[in-house]
Design a protein around this ligand. Structure first.
Ligand SMILES: Cc1ncc(COP(=O)(O)O)c(C=O)c1O
Length: 409
């Protein structure tokens, strides 16, 4: 069969989920365990290939911050595609500069480097901290990160990720990484040595189960980094873009990092990563780092539109407000399902609760049957990272479905 005939066959074949699942198993590597075929989305809802609609509280794992098919993002992509799709980083592209300017303004004067993902943004941050250590701390190169953290799937970010399950298979991992308990300043101080170049932390841990660092800890950490001439890197890949009710989660703790990494929601669902550096750490020179696609015009146009919408419509304040409402509704549910739910926690629209038993998958399955997508963080934790455009009525609907899902366990 010619390529054209194969493509024609793909276009005309059965649209049912069952057929697509079979084809996925045949043609796609077994990296993901999944059985739901998504067809389209609009706002806070997605439709599968069989036409069933779901209320989407996963949002592409904290990525579709403006929901699905937001007109501002769609329009920006179309217009940019008609003008310039790619030019490489040999040349300046205007949307890249526009997005860097927006990030400069929200970060209080940090300059950007764009990549394609959160892991890549963290790789850039690790390289920049290492360069700082080489130049300004007698050749130091080590990165201290936190237990329960998640920083990506490349080898270096796997080495920085404080969860054994992500590390074990890939030994030997790159040298120069160690983890310490989260929120424990003494442990961090004890782990710091002459080889340490910087500290990498999610001020609000995502994959590790929605745990916020305390203000006291983050302020102590900032002071320690200043005193020891270390670079403080905040990974805002999941918690940034207003998700916690502040644009960056570290704003809750009244500190400012030297390097910030972002990705996920930055371009409303189009692949992008960003590594922002404050003047102290901003020491990359031509040739130190690079990328073919990072900061691509389409991704940056989508990023500019996403940023404009978030700031213009105060979705950061909305996230804080709706997050409080979600918290209240979760507490009501916990009273009703007493003994089943505990430790309701989080900030803004980044929330979680624990189940008495490791049955997160069962809760997700029961929710799915009732037309709702929710996700977990480990076997006993249900996590909420919905689009920031979600409304109170959507959350009411979600709590109704969760109530029914818990009752059906
Ligand atoms: C805090 C954090 N950092 C980094 C990453 C990795 O991002 P990506 O999957 O875009 O490489 C993630 C992904 O979940 C994350 O939550």
């Amino acid at each position: 069969m010619t390529t054209a005939e194969t493509m024609k066959q793909a276009e005309t074949s059965d649209n049912s989920s069952r057929e697509w699942i079979e084809k996925e198993h045949k043609y796609y590597q077994g990296t993901f365990k999944r059985n739901l075929v998504m067809e389209r989305g609009e706002g806070v809802r997605v439709w599968d290939a069989d036409g069933k609609v779901y209320l989407d509280l996963v949002a592409g794992i904290a990525t579709n911050v403006l929901g699905h098919a937001h007109p501002a993002v769609v329009q920006a992509i179309i217009e940019q595609a008609q003008q310039l799709v790619h030019v490489s980083n040999l040349y300046i592209n205007k949307r890249q500069v526009d997005l860097a300017e927006q990030l400069y303004n929200v970060s209080g004067g940090m300059r950007s480097f764009f990549s394609n993902s959160g892991a890549e943004a963290n790789e850039g941050a690790i390289k920049l901290a290492r360069k700082y250590g080489r130049v300004n701390r007698n050749g130091a190169y080590g990165i201290i990160s936190m237990d329960r953290s998640f920083h990506g799937r490349t080898l270096a970010t796997t080495a920085a990720t404080g969860q054994k399950k992500y590390q074990d298979t890939w030994a030997p991992l790159p040298d120069g990484f160690k983890q310490v308990p989260f929120n424990d300043l003494d442990a961090l101080k004890a782990a710091t040595d002459e080889q340490t170049a910087g500290v990498l932390i999610e001020a609000m841990q995502g994959e590790g189960g929605i745990h916020a660092a305390s203000t006291e800890y983050m302020q102590g950490l900032r002071a320690w980094c200043d005193a020891q001439n270390l670079i403080l890197i905040c990974d805002e890949v999941q918690a940034g873009m207003g998700r916690t009710g502040k644009f960056f989660s570290w704003e809750h703790m009244g500190i400012r990092p030297d390097i910030v990494t972002m990705a996920k929601g930055l371009a409303g669902g189009v692949p992008i990563g960003a590594m922002l550096a404050a003047p102290r750490a901003d020491i990359f020179e031509p040739g130190d780092h690079g990328t073919t696609f990072g900061g691509n015009p389409i991704a940056c146009a989508a990023g500019v539109a996403t940023m404009k919408t978030i700031l213009g419509e105060d979705l950061v304040g909305h996230s804080a407000q709706l997050g409080d409402y979600l918290d209240k509704r979760l507490h009501e549910l916990a009273e009703k399902h007493s003994g089943m739910m505990s430790d309701i926690r989080g900030l803004g629209l980044m929330r979680a609760f624990d189940l008495a038993e490791p049955r997160a998958q069962d809760v997700m399955d029961r929710a799915l049957e009732r037309g709702m997508l929710i996700t977990n963080a480990g076997p006993s934790t249900i996590r909420f990272v919905p689009p920031l455009i979600i409304q109170q009525s959507d959350l009411d609907e979600a709590m109704g479905k969760l109530d029914a899902a818990l009752a059906a366990l």
